[in-house]
Design a protein around this ligand. Structure first.
Ligand SMILES: C[S@@+](CC[C@H](N)C(=O)[O-])C[C@H]1O[C@@H](n2cnc3c(N)ncnc32)[C@H](O)[C@@H]1O
Length: 244
């Protein structure tokens, strides 16, 4: 595919346009087409130049997500037409962002690309709560984990013993629906039920909401009402102190 376009995989950060990198803004300004997910849309797209193709590839209005192979195909098709393509992903594209599938597709098609990192929502959530993700004496390890597999269930191969370690800080992505089951499994493995936990919703957006609870009370709350805003669950020593 010589003479093909160039793809920039750009991390859009958690949603606040002020958390975009200068490089992200530059690539958006120069793009001929921007393929974006729901969580990377909003005011961030205002940085795209007038006339650029803005193509939503996330789930909207209750419709199911477009299949990943369809998104990869679309990306390669845009690149084949030439020009500069931005593939915008929320947070840092390399964290639970299905970046791998799209890298495989562009590599296979011989399309040149770059990866522009973004601010992960987990880091923005800790900042919004006024807490560090690590603590010198009490939390020497931080672990990011997904709360759901491709079918939306708690992944079966999740390392429960590591997650039950009360000295580790854990951030659960996409865990609203599965957290009650995860919390129960961790408590069985010895995680104290009163371990501090924070539910961080719509981080950095005007509707941001931060709620501090314990693992046990948060599990009960999410079992009763999972809610729908994008949310992270922070638990462990990191959830002590701060402003949430
Ligand atoms: C497909 S993952 C993408 C994560 C992204 N690559 C990152 O680095 O943050 C989407 C999940 O990230 C979390 N997330 C992303 N943006 C968020 C935000 N602004 N507030 C809270 N959670 C967010 C939620 O758990 C959401 O379901």
């Amino acid at each position: 595919m010589s003479g093909a376009g160039f793809v920039s995989f750009v991390g859009a950060g958690p949603g606040d346009p002020e958390l975009l990198t200068l490089k992200a803004v530059d690539r958006l300004r120069r793009a001929d087409a921007v393929l974006f997910d729901d969580l990377s849309a909003g005011p961030i797209l205002a940085h795209a130049r007038r006339g650029a193709d803005l193509v939503g590839v996330g789930k909207r209005a209750g419709r199911p997500s477009p299949r990943q192979d369809h998104v990869s195909r679309l990306l390669v098709d845009y690149a084949a037409a030439g020009g500069r393509i931005v593939r915008l992903k929320s947070g840092d594209g390399g964290l639970f962002g299905r970046l791998e599938e799209e890298l495989v597709a562009v590599r296979a098609a011989g399309v040149p690309f770059e990866i522009v990192p973004g601010v992960p929502s987990a880091c923005a959530a800790a900042a919004a709560c006024g807490i560090p993700l690590t603590r010198r004496m009490t939390a020497r390890r931080v672990q990011f984990v997904t709360g759901h597999d491709a079918a939306g269930r708690l992944p079966e191969d999740i390392d429960l013993d590591a997650l039950a370690d009360p000295r580790a800080c854990t951030v659960v992505f996409m865990g609203r629906h599965t957290f009650p089951a995860l919390a129960a499994a961790l408590i069985v493995r010895g995680l104290p039920p009163n371990t501090p936990a924070i539910l961080a919703e719509a981080v950095s957006a005007p509707e941001q909401r931060l709620q501090r609870m314990t693992v046990e009370t948060l599990a009960a709350e999410l079992a009763a009402y999972p809610g729908s805003a994008p949310a992270l669950i922070l638990m462990g020593p990191l959830a002590e102190g701060g402003d949430a």
